[in-house]
Ligand binder design. Structure first.
Ligand SMILES: Cc1cc2nc3c(=O)[nH]c(=O)nc-3n(C[C@H](O)[C@H](O)[C@H](O)COP(=O)(O)OP(=O)(O)OC[C@H]3O[C@@H](n4cnc5c(N)ncnc54)[C@H](O)[C@@H]3O)c2cc1C
Length: 517
């Protein structure tokens, strides 16, 4: 069945050709977006090889993914039914701030601002004076996570209560199949075959065509490399080097295995620290996705697999699969007429579920920079500068979880923690850590992905308590501060008490799902 694309069909003037190499999540997201927005002026062709397959993981997202689906005009209920998806309100970090510690990084705001100050300054004073509970009591999404609740919240205009932003968990292979039907419905052409060679334009060195194993030649004007870790076009053919971040992000392998669905159906991803890495748990309607991300210098694959399997919440459904990776990025994301999207452009482990988001922003940047004629150096440089800024800020946020850990006595974690004192963390992160410790301040840089509430929840969750707070938080009387904190806490608790359980809500919207399909 094809999915209705819904775009206006205008007659093509001078049709140009975009060729997408690879049909994983990156390839089909790119094809769907270009099919929706750039066709028919651009003829979009996707080449993929069933024989090679996809990475087959990537099931937890962050709220911006909703904008992508909305841009495509996708109905949420249909999308969740077809991908066996669930809602996601945040991530639970277990054992990161200390062996028995747990906190939730919930999407959305912490508390409520009072005047010009971010909430956490009032909370810091309240905590020091014994009148505030854990920070999570003041984060609506975290309160709902703890209660396993979910609902779409409509707030009346001017409501003092915040919205409850959410994302999704979904089955990666079903999502790619869903987008494929959508893209083909928009006129995207799919070519099956293995890319075995390339033709270059003899005049300017641009890529001119892909050569396939059965002899087909797929010509194009612009090429999008979605070939995964192989980075066939940008890395191999164009020779763009890889910038290695493994001195900070030391995990280099993951073993993944699905199991039967666990109860309760939680509305969050779980990230459980391990002696040399961490495990994920992603709740879907029909199964739970599990994985163990680890550092192979410190733990063998057999041990990592055994630890993962021993801790499954349900019956194992398939053989474990190991994926090797190296954290980092391509030196340039766009070279000549080749743009890399997805794993071919770089990789940061899925601790904050950011890879699919990076695909989405790469696509929207590509659409912003779509060339009108030959690719201009200035456009390409602008694209590369923005993409570098974005991924490096995300990298620093992910590194924060490691270097601010509270797991004493394990070589992996002790080594990472000592990097801060040794001046070995990226300069921007070191400065952020120092400023937060000293004064409780977080300054969001330009339009970086993670905002003040995100940084604050992770810093405090991992055990970093600032020495001071903003002086204006001292301007309210202790009675007023206590009343304010209690108003926020109880409003969120009441709000959540009225919501149905996540499992009830999923069943209501999606109907009954065949278990463990
Ligand atoms: C362990 C792990 C867990 C992850 N978890 C998350 C998560 O929870 N959330 C998140 O946002 N992201 C996550 N990611 C990242 C996410 O999986 C990827 O960003 C996403 O799947 C996109 O992958 P891709 O399409 O770039 O590559 P792939 O899925 O590898 O697709 C590559 C495509 O290129 C094709 N191809 C390759 N070579 C050739 C050739 N020679 N000829 C023809 N075709 C070829 C393949 O057949 C395939 O279609 C995770 C990644 C890993 C490694």
């Amino acid at each position: 069945m094809r999915i209705r694309c819904g775009r206006d069909t205008l007659p093509a003037l001078h049709q140009r050709r975009i060729v997408i190499a690879g049909g994983g999540t990156a390839g089909w997201m790119t094809a769907a977006a270009l099919g929706r927005l750039a066709a028919p002026h651009w003829q979009v062709t996707l080449v993929e090889s069933e024989e090679i397959g996809t990475v087959g993981v990537g099931e937890a997202t962050i709220p911006m993914v909703r904008l992508f689906n909305q841009m495509l005009g996708i109905d949420e209920a249909q999308f969740l039914r077809e991908t066996h998806g669930t809602w996601k309100l945040g991530i639970a970090f277990e054992g990161w701030g200390g062996f028995d510690e747990r906190y939730i990084h919930g999407f959305g705001l912490t508390g409520r601002s009072l005047g010009v100050l971010p909430f956490h300054h009032y909370w810091l004073r309240g905590r020091a004076e014994g009148m505030a509970g854990p920070l999570g009591d003041y984060v609506l999404n975290a309160v709902a996570c703890e209660a396993d609740k979910f609902a779409h919240i409509e707030r009346p205009q001017g409501s003092a209560l915040p919205p409850m932003p959410y994302a999704y968990h979904f089955d990666a292979s079903l999502y790619a199949a869903f987008l494929r039907r959508y893209a083909e419905g928009c006129g995207v052409r799919r070519v099956e075959g293995r890319i075995v060679g390339f033709d270059r334009d003899p005049q300017n060195g641009d890529l001119a065509a892909l050569r396939l194993d059965r002899g087909d030649v797929v010509e194009g004007d612009l090429f999008v490399d979605c070939s995964g870790f192989r980075s066939l076009l940008l890395g191999q053919e164009m020779g763009v080097d890889y910038v290695d971040w493994s001195q900070w992000l030391q995990c280099d392998r993951a073993v993944a295995v699905p199991c039967t669905r666990a109860e309760p159906l939680v509305p969050y991803t779980r990230s459980i620290a391990q002696p040399a890495g961490w495990c994920w748990r992603i709740p879907l309607q029909h199964r739970t996705g599990n994985g163990h991300v680890f550092c192979s210098d410190l733990m063998s694959e057999d041990e990592a697999t055994a630890r993962l399997i021993a801790r499954l919440d349900g019956e194992q459904l398939a053989e474990p699969r190991t994926i090797r990776f190296k954290a980092g990025r391509r030196e340039r994301f766009w070279e000549r007429n080749v743009v890399a999207v997805g794993l071919s452009s770089g990789f940061i482990e899925p601790l904050e579920s950011t890879s699919i988001h990076l695909i989405q922003t790469a696509i929207s940047r590509l659409i912003d920079f779509l060339p009108n004629g030959p690719v201009q150096d200035a456009d390409r440089d602008g694209y590369n500068r923005l993409a570098t800024f974005e991924i490096e800020r995300i990298r620093d946020f992910v590194i924060l979880h490691y270097v601010a850990n509270g797991r004493h006595g394990e070589p992996f974690w002790d080594g990472l923690r000592s990097m801060v004192g040794a001046g070995e963390v990226p300069a921007g992160l070191a400065q952020r850590l120092a400023m937060f410790r000293a004064s409780g301040r977080i300054v969001r840089e330009h339009d970086e992905l993670f905002d003040v509430p995100g940084w604050v929840q992770v810093m405090i969750g991992q055990g970093i308590m600032p020495e001071r707070w903003h002086p204006m938080a001292d301007q309210v009387s202790p009675e007023s501060l206590s009343a304010f904190l209690e108003t926020v806490r109880s409003a969120y608790a009441k709000d959540v008490a009225r919501m149905p359980s996540h499992a009830e809500y999923v069943a209501h919207v999606c109907g009954k799902v065949t278990a463990n399909a």
